[in-house]
Design a protein around this ligand. Sequence first.
Ligand SMILES: Cc1cc2nc3c(=O)[nH]c(=O)nc-3n(C[C@H](O)[C@H](O)[C@H](O)COP(=O)(O)O)c2cc1C
Length: 174
Amino acid sequence: MPETPKKGSVVPTGKEISLGDDDFIVSKTDTKGKITYANRIFIRMSGYSERELLGSPHNVIRHPSMPKCVFRLLWKTIMDRREIFAYVVNLSKDGSHYWVAAHVTPEITAGKHVGYISVRRKPNPETVRSVVEPLYAKLLQAERSGGMESGERLLNQILSEKGVSYDAFIQSTL
Ligand SMILES: Cc1cc2nc3c(=O)[nH]c(=O)nc-3n(C[C@H](O)[C@H](O)[C@H](O)COP(=O)(O)O)c2cc1C
């Protein structure tokens, strides 16, 4: 088995790559978040081989500038068997990054919860620059000084000022 780099071992280069307008990244995981399926575009964008991806935890492509509280919300939602939309910046094997608008849902087969499915597409670059990057930068800063709970509190505060849930907020920008 090829060795898959551990989360945090890839150094971001700052180079951004982007999905094509008609590209979809698809992956499936087991209930713990280990990758069980990756489509060709996922393989291409991540820079890993299919063998490296299958069986690896999905955080193999985690970018350090993603706030922890966003993933906490993601997991809370999908473990509750609900879907979520989220903006995510991912880190490729060569250190480049790419933004996606992700939809994550539980996979239920014959009434049994077998894992999760995510489909991502190219987000509007202007929304990423003007809305998502500034929001995530604030959350990250809060987390760096006061831990994930500070990020979570700030996110809830920003959303309650807007009077929307994270999901409704994200969907309004798609
Ligand atoms: C179906 C599915 C897709 C996911 N897609 C991504 C992804 O594209 N990028 C990412 O960083 N995390 C993704 N995650 C979340 C990871 O499992 C993980 O929570 C996240 O990378 C944060 O890692 P950490 O909790 O180890 O810090 C996904 C989870 C699931 C269940």
